[in-house]
Design a protein around this ligand. Structure first.
Ligand code: COA
Length: 214
């Protein structure tokens, strides 16, 4: 049985800036990602993947991987419309590097729910097709959620498949009457409380948050 991936402090290097830096190996054999200190000897030669905040110079690679992965959905979908007019949250927009090359991306955006509850929209998440099935999106998503909680965010929404996201704690939003302004993809809207009771009593439509935080 493979040891569980344990993110807390493992493989993180202290940094003077706010930047996240996680180094881990991704397994070709077990479809899992391990913190460095947990790597079993037989996997120590596995490729190192580094998770860092997206830099301006990563933009072309990020957009290429996202376009390749999501096609038209990248620009024409309810998720894309929730991003319109907003700026991505830099601290929660990460890339996975292998050998210095971008192999995966995750971005997050500010949204509002109902009367004006702040939340973040997670996505797109996209992994270079040549690097899928190695645990890379798992470490990207886990790192992002952990970082979001540390930064004080309370609620995450995403539009995606429950099959993929339930493992991170996301639940369907519709039973809570948390909806989208448009009907398309409403049943694919998922929510996650990063702190206890963050979703209690919350309902309403998710919309872009184009008002800068004070
Ligand atoms: C979906 C995607 C991000 C997964 O990335 P990945 O790095 O291959 O995924 P991982 O290897 O980290 O897998 C993590 C877990 O998700 C599961 N998983 C991955 N893709 C899945 C899928 N399409 N359906 C169901 N489960 C899936 C894996 O089995 C693994 O499960 P485990 O933790 O129980 O072992 C990647 O395939 C991709 O970029 N797809 C195209 C873009 C896309 O669909 N993005 C999601 C938008 S909603």
């Amino acid at each position: 049985m493979a040891p569980p991936f344990e993110m807390s402090n493992i493989g993180k290097r202290p940094s003077s800036s706010n930047a996240v830096r996680v180094v881990c190996t991704v397994s070709r054999h077990h479809n899992r990602c391990y913190g460095r200190l947990l790597i079993p000897p037989e996997l120590r030669s596995s490729p190192l993947v580094e998770i860092i905040e997206e830099r301006p110079r990563d933009r072309l690679a990020v957009e290429t991987i996202a376009r390749m992965s999501l096609g038209q959905r990248l620009v024409d979908s309810p998720a894309a419309r929730l991003r319109q007019g907003s700026r991505k949250i830099a601290e929660l927009s990460l890339v996975a590097l292998e050998g210095g090359h971008v192999v995966a991306t995750i971005r997050c955006w500010p949204v509002l729910i109902g009367a004006g509850t702040r939340a973040i929209q997670l996505g797109p998440v996209a992994v270079d097709p040549d690097h899928r099935g190695r645990g890379i999106s798992r470490v990207l998503i886990t790192t992002t959620l952990e970082r979001a909680r540390t930064l004080g965010h309370r609620i995450v929404v995403l539009i995606g498949d429950g099959d993929i996201y339930a493992r991170y704690g996301f639940e369907p939003a519709l039973p809570r009457d948390i909806t989208l302004a448009e009907t398309r993809d409403r049943e694919r809207l998922h929510v996650l409380a990063l702190v206890p009771n963050a979703l209690a009593g919350l309902s309403g439509a998710v919309r872009p948050d184009t008002i800068p935080a004070l």
